[in-house]
Design a protein around this ligand. Sequence first.
Ligand code: NIG
Ligand code: FE
Length: 412
Amino acid sequence: MLDTLLTPIGQLLIITGSEGPKRGSDMAVLPVMEQAALGIKDGRITFVGSAEEAKGIEAKERIDCSGKVVSPGLVDPHTHLVFGGSREHEMALKQQGMSYLEILSRGGGILSTVKATKAESEEALFQKGLFHLDRSLNLGVTTIEAKSGYGLDRETELKQLRVVKLLNEAHEMDIVSTFLGAHALPPEYKGEAEAFLKSMLDLLPEIKAKGLAEFVDIFCETGVFTVEQSRQFLASAKEMGYGVKIHADEIDPLGGTEMACEIGAITADHLVGVSEKGISMLGTAPTIAVLLPGTTFYLGKDSYAPARRIIEAGGAVALATDFNPGSSPTENLQFIMNLAALRLKMKPEEIWNAVTVNAAYAIGRGNEAGAIEVGRWADIVLWDAPNYQYLPYHYGVNHVNTVWKKGRKAGE
Ligand code: NIG
Ligand code: FE
């Protein structure tokens, strides 16, 4: 006897994950079964087949999903989930034309969130984290990445990472933790970037011993850290057994993407200003391009990451919210799917692969999350949408009908 049987399902997206991330033209392949059924028992997917085959199967609960879409739970592979305060006061500065990097250079931006995060208690950060995770889960995300980076000192970076660990234990969402101590240069290290980076590297053995992060990230940008500083920092982290990631070519085209491919980073993220060489390297390197069009939108830029060219070169693209209080204050990965269609010109099939299987591989969870396979945890979303093309099309609302996390209905 199954616990839950979804049948009949209008369209079941049978995205599978065991073959690795989808690259190049394979990103446009999306297996869809109509008149389908999906069974759940003890939190896991135990049946995938046709509604006809499912007729004789007994279940405690049968859910009619006719005329609706069922997909794997979405994966959001780039967020800055835990932070103090918020930055609505920057809106007026932006409206007056002050740029993101200008606000940062005047001690605002990331540095103002650093102050707020230092001031907030672990408990307050935890409660706030729960709130954002609930919202994200209700928007269809069942696995998420969370970066530190609003401490920039030992005490506060570890505080943020501890909060992520506690959230992972307390909340049904699966959270993958990334150490982003190299997110900005704190004022007390002005002119001493190397010394600051060394102080962050010194935390890595302790972070590893306490199981506080799996990945290490750095913000490689004009006025923040150079490509050479980033290369050395990430190479040292890699030697210590961490997977490495990079905020690359977000605002200025510095060449962080090429460096990420050279050192074998698991992902290079942003890539708005990626060079021709960077695009062609992404076509063959295992490094996944994590694109964050919500940030480009929110920074008010006209030019977006060249998703089409990266896919045409043979690369693997994932999409994420970049949820953070400054450059992308939203938990809504569905809106990112809309932007991917409108601004990145990605096809609906590519978009679904980018927020499921490829997003899971982008955080080392390709064998666990972002796919529908018998035996996997039942992380499933039922969408109030007549077909999968509908989500990238109908924007600005939440299309979720029901989310199951490990077979349990979210919110129950
Ligand atoms: O991905 N670029 C650096 N980090 C974030 C923004 C963080 C912030 O503004 O607080 C990003 O855009
Ligand atoms: Fe980011």
